[in-house]
Write a protein that binds this ligand. Structure first.
Ligand code: PLP
Length: 391
């Protein structure tokens, strides 16, 4: 590959030419089964005609100045709030997930008058300085813009609740920010009852609960939003990625009426490209698509999830491998970073895209993936994964 003038986080693994349905194609015409879907973006398949059509037919304004009104914004906000968990009441416009998270942190600080946050060790919430400040990883030098983010170690069980309680009792915490089921921690699922109890602790200490569903939202977990199934009642919810199925760029921060009032009274949330008219039309089409097919989509997720589980459980993955699965958020933890990365590489060479994430191989297929494609992909995975000592 010739030297690139585009900066990349890592050297690019593939040169992409196009994508269709459950597949992407590289510039040499090679086809890959996509168990990655842009990392939780293409939930409804690439080139989904119902979602692409309004983008192609779009006849609205090129652009709307953010301080004007634009009726489709109201329509999109109504659709998001109708689908989102209660009692969220107001939407703030953003260009993507990091900006939505930043708005969430600002809203929590303005509402509570506090500056500290609690997040999960190992978490990722985006790439702005604010989002990095509540994230983890090896970017220590960029982390502490907010100065005060404390991290609680997973797993999310009853022992962790005691740690949260100790931190919350200091009385300085604006919000706890978590993914309800963490894609970034390889499909980390909280223990039953954990989120409800955490919410109760937060309320008792005057702290807000931010649920970051940028990755897990829009059906991936088997319910429309994962907050519902883990019993979380968020004060703030962040969304992006699958809200446009990848056809446009858009993010949203949703807040309760009380939190929204504090943000509106005191916040500046101007975003030049937040809810661009074309992306707004695409997000509306995506949400109408979800609304009309919700039951069928979630039934398909449940059936495909069972199929993935059965296939994975039948594979020789090695004694210490652990399968974590909720809907089509699927993590196969090999407890071995090198092996996970090798599996990812072997799969790619064999025509399957997966996402190695630390010690876990993440599988993130489209929610409407065809069974024949799922089977072919799992056959490849099995060949690349089985533990016959050829690590
Ligand atoms: N929050 C979570 C949970 C994410 O996984 C990501 C991105 O992967 C973000 C926020 C940031 O979203 P974006 O890359 O759209 O800024």
């Amino acid at each position: 590959m010739p030297a690139s003038r585009v900066a990349h986080e890592e050297s690019p693994e593939l040169r992409i030419a196009r994508s269709r349905g459950d597949h992407v194609f590289d510039t040499r015409g090679r086809r890959y089964i996509d168990f990655l879907m842009g990392w939780c973006v293409g939930n409804f398949g690439w080139g989904n005609a119902v979602i692409e059509r309004p983008a192609k037919a779009f006849r609205g304004p090129d652009y709307v100045y953010p301080n004007f009104d634009y009726p489709p914004w109201e329509e999109l906000a109504s659709l998001l709030l109708a689908l989102a968990p209660r009692p969220l009441a107001k939407c703030f416009r953003a260009t993507g997930g990091s900006e939505a998270v930043d708005l969430a942190l600002q809203a929590a600080m303005l509402h509570t008058g506090r500056r500290a946050f609690i997040s999960l060790e190992g978490a990722y919430h985006g790439n702005t300085l604010g989002a990095l400040s509540v994230g983890s990883g090896d970017r220590e030098r960029l982390r502490n813009l907010l100065g005060h983010c404390r991290r609680v170690k997973p797993p999310l069980d009853h022992a962790a609740l005691a740690r949260f309680d100790r931190e919350l009792a200091r009385g300085d915490v604006a919000a706890v920010i978590l993914e309800p089921i963490s894609m970034n921690l390889g499909v980390l699922i909280p223990e039953r009852g954990f989120m409800g109890e955490l919410g109760r602790l937060c309320r008792a200490h005057g702290t807000l609960l931010i649920m970051d569903e940028v990755a897990i939202g829009f059906g991936r977990s088997g319910t429309l939003f994962a907050s519902e199934q883990v019993g979380a009642r968020p004060d703030i919810l962040t969304l992006a990625k699958a809200v446009t199925d990848g056809v446009g760029g858009l993010g949203a921060m949703l807040a309760t009426a009380r939190v929204a009032r504090s943000m509106e009274a005191d916040g500046v949330f101007y975003s030049t490209y937040g809810w661009h008219p074309r992306s707004t039309a695409i997000a509306i089409a995506t949400l109408r698509y979800i609304e009309r097919r919700q039951d069928a989509l979630l039934d398909a997720v449940a059936a495909t999830s069972d199929y993935f589980r059965a296939r994975l459980e039948a594979m020789e993955l090695g004694d210490d491998a652990e399968i974590r699965i909720r809907g089509l958020a699927i993590g196969v933890d090999l407890h071995d970073e090198k092996r996970a990365s090798k599996v990812g590489e072997r799969c790619r060479r064999a025509g399957l895209l997966v996402s190695p994430e630390d010690t876990t191989v993440l599988l993130i297929p489209a929610l409407n993936i065809r069974r024949a494609t799922a089977k072919k992909g799992l056959d490849i995975l099995e060949r690349c994964m089985v533990n016959r000592g050829q690590r």
